[in-house]
Design a protein around this ligand. Structure first.
Ligand code: HEM
Ligand code: FMN
Length: 511
């Protein structure tokens, strides 16, 4: 009987007029892509902030919804019992918005991939081709952006000490993390709102990374649902999950259930952003849009507050009271290996080790958390100097400012097992999955050795030119190694780096 009643509800035709009557806090409806949902109470739980939900309550929200979410996200997040019915056909807003996500320049000015020969080129293209909102969001950092700059600059302070005459023709970039072997040590740094770069967002990322023998770190704040992203991976392909611990008890319980069901190889708990930082590029953009809206009509519901719209979302998604005991509890409840993302000093690396985390993920959120925080590669050097056993007993991964294959090699020589890139994947996604494959992997099937003509005259075409993995292999060969297991500190001159390493005042002893 109940099923029948639900079926009737789902088929019920609803007019825009009826929809518009359900706008009270205690009775809120919203249409998304033709389906009418009862979203009472959802505004305060929405990770993107309540304003946008309130603005479209009692109306058709397909436009803003589709600009950052997959078609199925609503189905996955709302209960079947929240489905009220379907919007009358003539009322359905069938235009998929392009204003927020797609810049017309992405269609006309985007150069062929093979014109891009390094990640700096890719960033230049992104600045030119992405719309203002997406560029501000992706490229932005906190305050003055000093940490963002330092993350990259400090790689330059490390010099290489190549070995010669080491027979380096055959090279591989394999790495092993928690018993899984990957063809490359390069992963995505988890990030939200990926659909601002491409409608295929994490789906393209998952496919491109898996095809290159790497894998995806699925973000909590994804544009597609976690289930959709996992389905995009080959069967049984390992994956990781980045967790923002929710301050909402029910949401956290639901998340724990999901994690226990999907069982990622590790949960990477982001700990470096307990409150939202000051993102000035976002603020400027949001203030300008708010002014424009004011000028064109009286109804302004987007944030004009001090920290801009993004500020609201953080409080909903991230628990500012996260502490080590919560993390320990999550570890025990899920039984899934835990990494702490956002480790920025040796003391916290030790703390993560003490509570039994399997890994640390050295990060300062790409300079989007505390500005003037020390660059991540310096943190790795600090840990290496003051608690080197961490590098032996835990899995260590790092992100922040990695833009060259030689940067990847430097991080591995200093003790990291894997290296993640944030912004470059957003920029690669301007090209969808192809862009991800392009920076990660060689599509070209090498001809048999006797096939000289093809080998010698092999054109450097899009599918063949692989930016980052190629750079890593080249850096390894030029330094005289053919496997990452041969990478060691002796391949580096770290004098300039170690000059800046802090001596922690009160490092707890290992025992
Ligand atoms: C179905 C359940 C929904 C979930 C799980 C969800 C989830 C999210 C997440 C994770 C973000 C990114 C937050 C961030 O990175 O700061 C976001 C942003 C956003 N969401 Fe939703 N959302 C849902 C429903 C909706 C609906 C119904 C709308 C339509 C009005 C909507 C419109 C937006 C917009 C416009 C943003 C971007 C906000 C910004 O620019 O800061 N979402 N949402
Ligand atoms: C646009 C953007 C969104 C991000 N969103 C998240 C997120 O949702 N969760 C998280 O743990 N880190 C997030 N980060 C931080 C990244 O995981 C990563 O630490 C950082 O981007 C690495 O620096 P890089 O961009 O210089 O490579 C985000 C970074 C960017 C640029």
């Amino acid at each position: 009987m109940r099923l029948l009643a639900e079926l009737d509800m789902a088929e019920r035709k609803i007019t825009l007029e009826e929809l518009s009557q359900h706008v009270k806090d205690t009775d809120t409806w919203m249409a998304i892509n033709g389906t009418v949902w009862d979203i009472t109470g959802f505004a305060e739980l929405h990770p993107g902030g309540p304003d946008i939900i309130q603005e479209y309550s009692g109306g058709d929200a397909s436009g803003p919804y589709n600009s950052v979410h997959s078609l199925k996200l609503a189905e996955k997040n709302f209960e079947a019992s929240q489905k009220i019915g379907v919007l009358e056909a003539k009322c359905v807003d069938d235009k998929l918005p392009t204003e927020n996500t797609r810049n017309p320049r992405l269609e006309t000015d985007l150069p062929d991939l093979d014109e891009i020969i390094n990640l700096n080129d890719l960033e230049v293209v992104a600045e030119k081709c992405l719309n203002e909102r997406s560029w501000a969001y992706f490229s932005g950092a906190s305050n003055d952006g000093f940490t963002k700059l330092d993350n990259s600059e400090y790689y330059r302070k490390i010099l290489l000490r190549p070995r010669v005459a080491r027979a380096v023709q055959d090279v591989n970039t394999r790495t092993k993390i928690l018993d899984d072997v990957y063809d490359t040590p390069i992963f995505n740094a988890p990030a939200s709102l990926m659909m601002l770069a491409h409608p295929d967002a994490e789906m393209a990322l998952a496919k491109g990374l898996a095809a290159s023998g790497s894998t995806i770190i699925i973000p909590t704040l994804s544009s597609f649902s976690t289930e959709e992203i996992i389905e995009a991976l080959p069967a049984d392909h390992p994956f990781y999950f980045q967790l923002y611990v929710s301050p909402n008890e029910a949401a956290l319980e639901k998340m724990i259930d999901t994690l226990c069901k999907i069982r990622p190889k590790a949960i990477m708990i982001t700990a470096d952003l307990p409150i939202f930082s000051k993102r000035e590029a976002n603020e400027r953009y949001e203030k300008r849009i708010a002014k424009q809206k004011l000028a064109s009509g009286p109804k302004v519901t987007t944030a004009t507050g001090k920290k801009g719209g993004q500020a609201r979302s953080a409080g909903v998604s991230i628990d500012p009271n996260l502490c080590w005991s919560n993390i320990k509890c999550l570890k025990e409840r899920t039984g899934i290996p835990i990494f702490i993302k956002g480790i920025q000093c040796a003391e916290d690396a030790m703390q993560a080790w003490k509570i039994g985390c399997k890994g640390i993920y050295i990060s300062n959120h790409g300079g989007r958390a505390a500005d003037t925080a020390q660059p991540t590669i310096l943190t790795l050097a600090e840990i290496r100097l003051h608690c080197p056993f961490i590098l032996e007993e835990m899995e260590v991964i790092i992100d922040g400012g990695v833009r060259r294959g030689s940067d990847v090699l430097k991080a591995i020589c200093l003790g990291a097992k894997g290296v993640c890139l944030g912004r470059p994947f957003f920029y690669a996604l301007m090209y969808g999955e192809e862009g991800v494959r392009y920076i990660m992997q060689c599509e070209f099937k090498r001809p048999p050795a006797h096939f000289y003509f093809v080998q010698v005259f092999k054109p450097r075409l899009t599918a063949e030119l692989l930016v980052l993995k190629d750079e890593l292999e080249t850096a390894m060969q030029l330094c005289g190694i053919t496997s990452l297991s041969e990478a060691h500190i002796g391949l580096l001159n770290t004098k300039a780096l170690y000059r800046d390493v802090e001596t922690p005042g009160s490092l707890p002893s290992k025992l």
